[in-house]
Design a protein around this ligand. Structure first.
Ligand code: IMP
Ligand code: MG
Length: 183
């Protein structure tokens, strides 16, 4: 299936391969397991991009935990952030007195995560940290502290492992850079 899909993306360049992602998930999971022992861990995944990472990461965390989801919009179908962040779906449960770990696919401008952090803090969690698969620091507009990071990547628009372009390609099992479309 992936073979068929990749044929429609001839210029796709691998940025982070499958084995590296698997290895890093195991490392992050082990680190989170040590840090959250005895705590009340809630993984809060940002839909839809973080779903693939969440699924792999959660299975590398050897602790009781719960999962919850939220969705915010910032991008629409464009490759650039609009700077406008809006809740489209909120958590199903209160996070007051919980140890919340936000799981995100990528921190780009930082607008989404700084908004999310501020919003979740108003709900009085016991702790609030951020775990991101990817960081694209070259595009940062707002500073974001990433407590657990998979990989720092160059300024390229990437797809795969949950990341999309116009809703497509989330099921590619690695992170690749889209071929640049010249105008
Ligand atoms: P930020 O608010 O600019 O940090 O953007 C965060 C969101 O934009 C991420 O959760 C992604 O959904 C999306 N995004 C940013 N960069 C990329 C990319 O290279 N590929 C796919 N989605 C991206
Ligand atoms: Mg996202």
């Amino acid at each position: 299936m992936t073979e068929t899909m990749l044929q429609s993306l001839p210029g796709l360049k691998t940025i982070v391969d499958e084995a590296s992602i698997r290895r890093r998930c195991a490392e992050l999971g082990a680190e989170i397991t040590r840090d959250y022992l005895g705590k009340d861990l809630v993984l809060v995944a940002v839909l839809k991009g973080a779903v693939v990472f969440l699924a792999d990461l959660a299975r590398c965390i050897d602790l009781p935990l719960t999962m919850d989801f939220l969705r915010v919009s910032s991008y629409g179908d464009a490759q650039e952030s609009s700077g406008v962040v809006r809740f489209e779906l909120d958590l199903s449960q209160t996070v007051t007195d919980k140890d919340v770990l936000i799981v995100e696919d990528i921190i780009d401008t930082g607008l989404t995560m700084s908004y999310l952090r501020a919003n979740l803090l108003t709900r009085s969690p016991r702790s609030l940290r951020v775990c991101a698969l990817l960081d694209k620091p070259s595009r940062r507009l707002k500073p974001v502290e990433i407590d657990y990071l998979g990989f720092t990547i160059p300024n390229e628009f990437v797809i795969g492992f949950g990341l999309d372009h116009q809703g497509q390609y989330r099921n590619i099992p690695f992170v690749g850079a889209m071929p640049r479309v010249e105008a």
